[in-house]
Write a protein that binds this ligand. Structure first.
Ligand code: HEM
Ligand code: HEM
Length: 188
């Protein structure tokens, strides 16, 4: 006899990711979009204004949060034995795997560049007024310009991958009308 649980497991597109995977996914998405948009907005604000400084300090604090979330997410992705099987097969599955792998790699690289960028001034990175993360590596300030350039380039590359990824998720939902997007939505 097939139990309900076993049936659910054999129809992966009908089920949901586990709550931790879903929570980490949407916190990552919010933080990545905030990080990108904050940097675009502060560019237009005059240097030294409260608005610009507020956005930069929030970028630092959310950057520290994002670093933790990305590390927890990668460890959970590797350690979670009950991760849902792929919802698609063939070329669609390969394309999704490739984009997801690139997103993980780009996020890891971007948090490393962000930390290096912050530490290249020789000062700790503040988390609002609560604590700050002291430089764990000594970065030669002469690399600051290069690190800034890479951090900026990676920001745009990440946004391009996120756009493809989000478009694919929405296409699954609205065109293919399958359950891929709903697997990543919290249970109601
Ligand atoms: C903004 C930043 C985002 C990042 C960095 C991101 C990253 C990722 C990654 C790395 C995975 C793979 C999870 C795994 O290991 O299996 C994933 C899965 C997924 N993402 Fe995103 N995502 C973002 C935004 C979005 C948005 C806006 C949507 C919807 C419109 C979305 C929908 C999904 C869905 C449905 C899955 C699950 C696919 C499956 O079950 O195979 N993501 N995301
Ligand atoms: C996906 C996540 C992130 C995106 C999209 C992003 C994007 C950006 C962009 C576009 C800039 C402006 C670059 C420039 O001035 O040339 C910037 C600046 C900066 N970012 Fe990020 N960032 C992210 C994550 C992080 C993280 C994790 C940290 C580390 C805590 C961080 C630390 C910084 C620092 C220190 C600056 C320089 C701010 C200043 O002008 O004083 N970023 N970021």
């Amino acid at each position: 006899m097939t139990s309900v649980t076993a049936q659910t497991r054999t129809t992966p597109s009908e089920t949901r990711h586990d709550p931790l995977t879903i929570t980490l996914h949407w916190i990552t998405a919010f933080l990545v979009l905030f990080q990108f948009l904050s940097a675009q907005v502060w560019e237009f604000l005059e240097k030294g204004t409260a608005g610009r400084l507020g956005l930069i300090y929030t970028h630092f604090a959310f950057g520290i949060l994002l670093t933790i979330v990305v590390l927890v997410r990668v460890v959970w992705r590797i350690a979670n034995r009950n991760h849902l099987p792929a919802a698609t097969s063939g070329i669609k599955h390969l394309a999704a795997q490739a984009v997801h792998l690139c997103l993980y790699g780009l996020l890891l690289a971007q948090v490393a560049l962000g930390l290096a960028f912050g530490w290249s001034s020789g000062k700790p990175i503040p988390f609002f007024n609560l604590f700050s993360v002291p430089p764990l590596l000594t970065i030669d300030p002469s690399y600051r310009h290069q690190i800034a350039g890479l951090h900026n380039d990676f920001a745009w590359i990440i946004i391009a991958f996120v756009a493809i990824h989000a478009f694919a998720a929405l296409a699954h939902h609205y065109i293919l009308r399958d359950k891929v997007l709903m697997r990543m939505m919290p249970a109601r």
